[in-house]
Ligand binder design. Sequence first.
Ligand SMILES: NC(=O)c1ccc[n+]([C@@H]2O[C@H](COP(=O)([O-])OP(=O)(O)OC[C@H]3O[C@@H](n4cnc5c(N)ncnc54)[C@H](O)[C@@H]3O)[C@@H](O)[C@H]2O)c1
Length: 267
Amino acid sequence: MRMKDKTCLITGAAGGIGMAMVTAFLAEGARVIATDLSQATLSSAAENVASEYRERLFLRALDVTDTNMISALNASLESEGLAPDVLVNNAAAIRIGKLLDTAPEDLDLVYSVNMRGLLQVTRGFLPGMIARGGGNVLNMASLAGVHAMHERFAYSASKAAIVMMTRAIAIDYVDEGIRSNCICPARVETPFVTGYLHRYYPDEVAERFAALSRYQPVGRMIRPDEVSAMAVFLASDESVMITGQSFVIDGGVTAGDQPPSRIASKG
Ligand SMILES: NC(=O)c1ccc[n+]([C@@H]2O[C@H](COP(=O)([O-])OP(=O)(O)OC[C@H]3O[C@@H](n4cnc5c(N)ncnc54)[C@H](O)[C@@H]3O)[C@@H](O)[C@H]2O)c1
């Protein structure tokens, strides 16, 4: 059990990667507070969690843009003895488009969830971690935060900011026993991806899906459990000497050229 005695709070936990982390953390012995916009979404996403883990799983509504909800959750978790020592900032919003497709309101929305949300949730839970002697802030960035991807103007900017926020947290709070890392996946097959394909390319979902799969030189998208495996390592004490780092999971995208046989694709 690599996470026994850890209490982990995950935002955006009803989504594909979020629920994979919930399941993986539970399997490693952690207590998990899974949060997302609504209790109903969480309950349905958590339907398949094994019954043996249920007594260590707590589902709580949390909108990361709502400071009142963050304070109320913080207070109630403290009173229930569930104050987290691992915080996973995973919730995100996406807008697809180049600069000229991006209205200021699109940038505001992406920033309010991805960056401001991370700030607000971490501001909520970090003081408690420090007071208890330390903790771990794990952020979900993206390959788009370290490698320019087509038509991701607002999203990439927010994820690049998360990479640097991670490093800032790591160096500013190292003396307080806090460490912070982030994960930068390429395309992961989740409702996040299928959702934006249906929204932005309703007439070419299958072609776009195939192109997104080909984008990774290994020839397929990443599975959520392949991201949660990294999250377990970074949330557990196995990685105790690692802080301020970004971990790319990209099936070879940034290693170099695609194989000659691969047709160049965008999407
Ligand atoms: N799927 C991918 O290809 C991919 C690639 C790289 C990085 N990521 C990142 O991984 C993380 C999880 O992505 P996913 O693919 O599981 O997405 P998802 O859409 O399946 O899940 C995202 C979750 O965030 C929640 N959310 C949105 N706004 C929120 C808010 N204001 N407050 C609280 N929760 C909110 C949604 O309800 C949803 O459950 C995100 O940070 C995303 O940017 C995903």
